[in-house]
Design a protein around this ligand. Structure first.
Ligand SMILES: [Zn+2]
Length: 240
């Protein structure tokens, strides 16, 4: 009987702790103008803006990352850039459902699985996937585990080679982000994508347009960083 009470007390404590961690995200209101201090690798964020969990054609990728870890915050200008870019994608990528992944925490600083993402100027975007001509979203629902998916150098998913990265859609999204960034006083500082995937990306019509705009893609990545940038592309924004 006593043991049962302890278990129940522990469960209540756990639930209270979980609720306490999620609460700030439930009641957060975006206001004012954000200030990003330092760099994505060593910085902090003031007046962060919390991305909506869901937009018309895009959604945050993980409930636990958003509510429990509180990793959906951005600089207000980056926030507006994402909102504007997804609105544009409704026209340039009709019917496509996008997912945005980890951003920063409310006040920036260290992140659990990232070396950067510390000042609200970095965002991870899930690669859009297709199976034939149709969008494939089956593997988009893995939450945090999506970071561990692996693709070969042609962009085919190791778990199912019929599913591959939709490089054309990805490039259209980056073009929309570039346009929206300029409108909001920002620029794309750099894109991180697995080195072996870049040739497939640049081969698409919109990939060629990305190249023509000289949007910078990292030319070299350490093996560890390279390994993890096949299921998503990371973008650092800069103030202009
Ligand atoms: Zn990242």
């Amino acid at each position: 009987m006593r043991k049962f009470k302890w278990k129940r007390a522990l469960l209540v404590l756990l639930l209270l702790a979980l609720t306490g961690s999620c609460m700030p995200q439930f009641f957060y209101t975006n206001s004012g103008t954000s200030i990003s201090h330092g760099s994505p690798g060593n910085g902090s964020l003031e007046q962060g803006y919390l991305m909506p969990y869901r937009l018309e054609n895009a959604k945050y990728f993980s409930l636990s990352s958003y509510y429990l870890l509180g990793n959906g915050y951005l600089n207000s200008k980056v926030y507006q850039t994402l909102i504007d870019a997804y609105a544009r994608c409704e026209e340039t990528c009709p019917k496509i459902k996008f997912k945005y992944m980890e951003c920063s925490s409310k006040h920036g600083g260290k992140q659990l699985i990232h070396r950067t993402h510390r000042n609200g100027m970095s965002v991870d975007f899930m690669v859009p996937k297709k199976n034939g001509e149709e969008q494939s979203t089956f593997f988009d629902h893995l939450g945090i585990w999506h970071y561990f998916l692996e693709f070969n150098s042609e962009g085919q998913l190791s778990l199912n080679s019929n599913v591959e990265i939709d490089f054309e859609t990805m490039a259209r999204h980056i073009l929309a982000l570039d346009d929206a960034a300029r409108k909001n006083g920002l620029g794309i500082k750099k894109v991180l994508l697995q080195i072996d995937l870049k040739d497939d990306f640049y081969r698409t019509p919109s990939g060629k347009a990305v190249k023509a705009r000289s949007i910078y893609f990292a030319k070299y990545l350490s093996p560890t960083v390279d390994k993890f940038h096949d299921d998503h592309y990371h973008i650092d924004f800069k103030l202009l």
